[in-house]
Design a protein around this ligand. Structure first.
Ligand code: ADP
Ligand code: MG
Length: 323
């Protein structure tokens, strides 16, 4: 069991940012309106994530750390197949398998909170504790028991950068959640959680960007595009300013990038890339999700339709007289 958890962990947990992603998504699933993320050493030695969500009932705590889909995995060969379907219900067991994990949680119905400690997949402690409603995870010493993987981690600065990027994207897809990110005691990101995407953009990118936005709301062929386009006066030398979300999830898509850049072509200098935050609302059946769960590059069934919807929506907006 522990060996399979460790192997499974390798598929889900690549680096500290993978842990932050799973735990923050769990907090959002639990209805949290406030999520605080604190890291040290790029998250390699320390990650603390606190939310004000539902909490986990004492009776469910152990269960939350069991792989929900044990029967799916018979042997190591199956892993390749399972990874193509996506791991669900495996995050906590995977994280606990390769770290020293501590959980403090309380539901609003319970008098007492629960403290649970599990290290390398081995339960160490389950006890009562005083706690506010919600959940705190403390994750220490990633891959302390898998030296071969620990070796492949990058510098704390690089790992912290991955976490910062991830949290920017989570904040841009959840304007209704207040995020606070603290790296080595320094606040790096704080969003208000007031539900306004434009305010999140201001909080992440600052006044220059927020003051130069065009809002877009365009629909064509079942593809609904909303969000903001940076005016051509704000550009970057790389694609880091392009943010795409499909049905609420951050994705990378070279096809969408190409389409946006083609639409901007007549308005920006060569080798300059626009600022955009675009949310796509599409029918799930038109998105090919058959990619590795931890990879973000995705494909659409109707590539050509998506390309032309994006191009038309963006190009039309850029031609509007207010420019
Ligand atoms: P999944 O999210 O796919 O169900 P996970 O391993 O990520 O699987 O989490 C297991 C379970 O633990 C969740 O289904 C949820 O019931 C519970 N859980 C995890 N994190 C939280 C949290 N922050 N708040 C409340 N419940 C949580
Ligand atoms: Mg989860």
């Amino acid at each position: 069991q522990i060996t399979i958890d460790k192997i499974a962990a390798g598929e889900v947990i690549e680096r500290p940012a993978s842990i932050v992603k799973e735990l923050v998504e769990n907090a959002i699933d639990a209805g949290a309106s406030l999520v605080t993320i604190e890291i040290k050493d790029g998250g390699i030695s320390f990650i603390r994530i606190t939310d004000n969500g539902s909490g986990i009932e004492r009776a469910d705590v152990r269960n939350a750390f069991l792989r929900h889909s044990t029967s799916k995995i018979q042997n190591v060969e199956d892993l390749a197949y399972i990874s193509s379907l996506g791991f669900r219900g495996e995050a906590l067991s995977s994280i606990a398998a390769v770290t020293q994990t501590e959980l403090i949680t309380k539901t609003k119905e319970e008098m007492n909170g629960t403290r649970y400690v599990i290290e390398g997949g081995q339960e160490k402690l389950l006890e009562d504790t005083g706690a506010p409603n919600g959940t705190t995870f403390l994750i220490r010493q990633l891959f302390y028991n898998v030296p071969a993987r620990r070796k492949f981690l990058k510098t704390p600065m690089t790992e912290a950068g991955h976490i910062q990027d991830l949290l920017m994207h989570l904040a841009l897809s959840h304007p209704e959640v207040c995020f606070q990110f603290i790296n080595n005691g320094q606040e790096k990101l704080r969003t208000s959680g007031n539900g306004k995407l434009k305010d999140v953009i201001y909080q992440i990118y600052g006044r220059d960007v927020a003051a130069n936005l065009l809002d877009i709301d365009f629909e064509k062929g079942g593809i609904h595009i909303t969000g903001y386009l940076g005016k051509p006066v704000i550009t970057r030398g790389n694609r880091n300013f392009e943010n795409f979300f499909v049905n609420g999830r951050y994705v990378k898509s070279s096809m969408i990038s190409k389409s946006v850049e083609d639409a901007y072509k007549d308005f920006v200098m060569q080798h300059k890339f626009p600022f955009v935050v675009l949310h796509f609302h599409v029918n799930g059946e038109e998105v090919d999700v058959n990619v590795h769960p931890t990879k973000m590059e995705l494909r659409f069934q109707k590539q050509q339709e998506v390309y032309s919807a994006v191009f038309e929506g963006v190009h039309r907006k850029l031609l509007e007289p207010e420019l």
